[in-house]
Ligand binder design. Structure first.
Ligand SMILES: [Zn+2]
Length: 248
């Protein structure tokens, strides 16, 4: 055997600390984690573009986040338009609120996102923006009424209206905590809307459904008074929706 081409010999301790198969599996695990993170970052940018395309974001408004692990999320930075955000603009933030990486500063509204992740461990993504029809209800201080659209009862169920608190503060974030498990969407008075769910796509769809519902309500108002479905019908839809979520 040509010793010049053979791998350097290791002491028994080194062999114990760095067994070859483990090195290989660590490398492939890291590669897998990096590619998952890259895909998630691309999906976040695409979500920002789609929200902007629908007129849900103006200027640098709004913020998006997605869970990376049990203790970290990927979130959008402050001061960047989500319409043309790059994956290198994103920040990694711990559930303790400490930014771990990213060349830009994390969104000032990340506390709202963290409160949802902490209260509901099944949450994989959170979207906050100022979708105009949903924000019209938030401005007028009215929660969208229940029992008027079957899909809303099935997918979103109750849509609470949070009282006004200064955006970016713990005082606002703590208002969402009691709703994080039972709801998937909320309005914030004088501010906008927030949705969350078990995937980034579903969180975005929830925002689209919320805004479409608020738009339909504004149109329906011009047609005269409405009569909501019965509480038994609401219960039936919400029970089916909850079962669908649980069945996954
Ligand atoms: Zn906001």
């Amino acid at each position: 055997m040509n010793r010049a081409n053979s791998p350097p010999s290791r002491s028994p301790t080194e062999r114990h600390l760095f067994p070859e198969p483990l090195q290989i599996s660590l490398k492939s695990t890291r590669k897998h984690v990096m590619s998952t993170l890259t895909k998630l970052a691309e999906e976040m940018c695409n979500t920002g573009w789609q929200l902007a395309e629908r007129g849900f974001l103006a200027g640098s408004e709004g913020n998006i986040s997605a869970r990376i692990s049990a203790t970290e999320i990927l979130c959008t930075p402050s001061g960047v338009s989500k319409a043309d955000m790059q994956s290198t603009d994103l920040c990694v933030v711990g559930l303790d609120g400490v930014q771990q990486s990213g060349r830009r500063k994390m969104s000032s509204e990340v506390l709202l996102h963290l409160a949802i992740y902490l209260a509901n461990p099944a949450t994989q993504a959170v979207v906050h923006c100022h979708a105009p029809h949903a924000t019209a209800f938030a401005i007028s201080g009215q929660a969208p009424p229940a029992g008027l659209l079957a899909e809303i009862e099935y997918f979103l169920q109750e849509i609470p209206l949070l009282e006004y608190r200064l955006p970016g503060t713990n005082q606002l974030a703590e208002l969402i905590t009691p709703h994080a498990i039972t709801c998937r969407a909320a309005l914030m008075k004088y501010h906008g809307a927030v949705t969350w769910d078990s995937s980034l796509q579903q969180a975005r769809w929830n925002m689209e459904m919320l805004d479409a519902y608020c738009r339909a309500l504004l149109l329906a108002r011009s047609l005269g008074p409405w009569t909501p479905m019965t509480s038994a019908q609401i219960h039936e839809l919400r029970t089916a929706g909850t079962r669908n979520r649980t069945d996954g």
